[in-house]
Design a protein around this ligand. Sequence first.
Ligand code: ATR
Length: 279
Amino acid sequence: MTALTGLIGYPVSHSLSPRIHDFWIKEHGLDAAYKLFTTAPARLRQTMLHMRKKEVRGVNITIPHKQAVMEYLDDTDANARAIGAVNTVTNRDGKFVGSNTDAYGFITNLREGLTGKPDGDIANYLQHVVVLGAGGATRAIIVALQQAGAKTITLTNRSFDKAQILANHFNLTALPWEVRAEALSEATLLVNTTSLGMAGHPPLELGLSALPKSAAVHDIVYAPLETPLLFAAAKQGHQTVDGLGMLLYQAQAAFELWHGVKPKVTKALRDHVLEPHHG
Ligand code: ATR
């Protein structure tokens, strides 16, 4: 029987995940499929019941369901619980188990971007990390940074209360959005987790003059690949890491959970995913 996998979210029609999973399904010669399940919030329960009836091998979960889906699962792993969100559900002999592969995706992309190796040593960059944003992706990123051994993390967000809640929960420092530029003076790594700089969104306004030259700049936004932030950072001589690999590596971990093989993240995959007007 074809192993059915896919993505539940709202909206999902522009997702790149089918391209990634279809590429690996073909590469590994698997009898499997990856489908999009557009699901408005009020229909999540029905969709999850449908997933059980269809005996799916697993599904990815995206906006706006990453927290709400937990109600419809039989179990969650430690990472999903620490993050408080699920992006991958795996059917284990009829039991739906929730995981979160976003943290792995984030840190693996960062390691690869900074060292050329997905398991490279980035301890130097984890001395003083400044994180911008306190939205949907931020919790997984904080957990990933802490698990990787980040010494200090400073969080700043337009809505200060949201930064404060995360700071209390994860034992970090929260700073007002207005002082974000000054907060960079000791940073070894700057991470943008806001939607600013994404196509169709305003750019991130942030002067980088206080940022030490040895600091790296990472943007989790991947459309465009080179955001205005990364462009400005590269111009000033900073090492930069784009966000596409986070998407690819979270998919790698999900694929391995479902199919039992760890697919490779290669240049061929990147090119395939970035190809315009892909059918
Ligand atoms: P959500 O907060 O609903 O999870 P998200 O898209 O995951 O939404 O996160 C959006 C992030 O980008 C948030 O950190 C948001 O800041 P607020 O918490 O203050 O909303 C940030 N963001 C979006 N637009 C912004 C803007 N114009 N200026 C500053 N930050 C912005």
